[in-house]
Each structure stands twice: as C-alpha cells, then as structure tokens.
Write a protein that binds this ligand. Sequence first.
Ligand SMILES: Nc1nc2c(ncn2[C@@H]2O[C@H](COP(=O)(O)OP(=O)(O)OP(=O)(O)O)[C@@H](O)[C@H]2O)c(=O)[nH]1
Ligand SMILES: [Mg+2]
Length: 252
Amino acid sequence: MTTEIEIAKQIYDLAKEQGWIKQLLSIYKKKHKVLVLGSSGVGKTNLLQSLTQLLPEVIHYSTRTTGTPKSSIEIKSIPFVFIDTPGQENHESVRKAAIREHCGSLDLVINVVCYGYHEYARGKEQAITNSGKINPEYVKANREREIDAVQEWNNILGGNAPYRLLTVITKADIWWNSREDVYDHYEKGEYFQNLGAAQQLTPVITPHSSVFHKFYGIGSLSGNFDEQDRTLARANLLKSIVELVGKGGIND
Ligand SMILES: Nc1nc2c(ncn2[C@@H]2O[C@H](COP(=O)(O)OP(=O)(O)OP(=O)(O)O)[C@@H](O)[C@H]2O)c(=O)[nH]1
Ligand SMILES: [Mg+2]
C-alpha cells in the first residue's frame, strides 16, 4: 500500500468514526482559512514552519513578525491557508485589522501559548536571573499576556462564530516535566477561567514543540521530552487541524 493511500484511508476511517463522511469530499475542494494568534514570542512563526518541516531552524528571539504573512499548506492533501499575526504590543492595529478582515470567513483559530516561556527582542534580561535561573515573575507576567491576547481577539471574534478553536501549548521541550500543571492551567485553571466567550467553542488543546531549544539559549530543557514525543505531538497537531475542519469548521 502506498503512503498516500494509507493517509486517505486514515482520514476516511476518522470521518466514518466521527460521522463527517458527508463533509469529507468538500474538505478537499475548499482552501480552509486558519488564523494563528497569540502574544509575541510564544512561538507562532516557528510552529507554522514545523507544519511543513520536521525540524525547522530556531528563529532568533530578535526576529519578530511584523505583518500578517500567509502560507498555503497542504495537510494530508487538504488545502489550507495559514495567516500568521504579529504578537508584539506595538503591532496591535495590524493584528486587529487582520482579525476583523478574516472574522467572517475563518475555519479555525489556532491560539498559541507556551506556559509563559516567551522569547522576544527585549525579554532576555528579565527572563534569566544573574545566577542563570529562570525568573518566575517573568513567566507569570507572560502567562497573563497569553490571557490578554485571548481577550483581545475574543472581543472581535466572540464565541459564536462558525470557526473552531485549537489551543496549541508549544515549547513542550521546556515544560514537559510540569505537564500536569500545564494542562491544568489551560484546561480548567486560570487561563481557562479567563477564556470568556471562547469557552463556548469547546477548545481542543494539544501540546507541541517546533524545535529543541534552551530558553534564550541558556535555560535547561525538560530532558524528558525526546524526539519521539516531538514526532507524536506534531502528528497529533496535524490530525487535530484536519479533524476540527472536518467536524465543524466548514462554513460555506
Ligand atoms: N524551546 C523552544 N523554543 C521555541 C519553540 N518555538 C519557538 N521557540 C523560541 O521562541 C521564540 C519565539 O518564537 P516565534 O515563533 O518567533 O514567536 P512568535 O509567536 O511568532 O512571535 P511574534 O512574531 O513576535 O508574534 C523563537 O525565537 C525561539 O527561540 C519551541 O518549540 N521550543
Ligand atoms: Mg512571529
């Protein structure tokens, strides 16, 4: 059996199991629109690269996204267009304009979070203490930024739109040892409590790691998140994207 036939069979079985066989044909015809949101340094652009590359290059923390670049990507032969957004506070107007422009035609929002391990142009001094430890105040403040970011798009998109919501907790290579706390935070803890209208979208949550990379090139990795875990997380992410679009993201 060729790989393509295997993939087609996997999708057919999934659709059959979940009752979206009827939609199956149409998902190959339409280009599904996915908006990628989240605060600066959370890992959106690296995550988009990891959809098409098994192990992308680490983006340097000083290189931030400024516009809203689109990439056309096929996942399991299904066509998608992914729209990246700039998370930096000073790009608020660009980001909001993109959310408004696409809000009526979205199939999926990928909301990217990383449990506060943001890396961005001016963060390094606050992130790592003189003794080389990660500053807990830094990650705490960034977890709040993740919540602020959700509230920003929530105010525009609301919770009743036809799009589906996928929360990707990236940088698992850093936080894997604390995964119980991490899942708790996003599934029912402070983050979930502040999801507002987006709670109605019954978000799917999935862990991810685009690259293996020490925090700001200094902090340690979890050590327990290996290449196999990364491959599995990536496969689950791709599956979740296809599944969400198949089950409910079709809005034409
Ligand atoms: N350890 C680890 N670091 C990552 C991962 N993905 C990204 N990073 C680091 O996080 C930084 C930010 O990633 P980006 O993808 O540029 O973040 P972004 O969300 O696109 O940020 P903006 O473009 O400012 O909105 C990168 O410079 C990498 O150093 C990951 O999976 N694991
Ligand atoms: Mg970016």
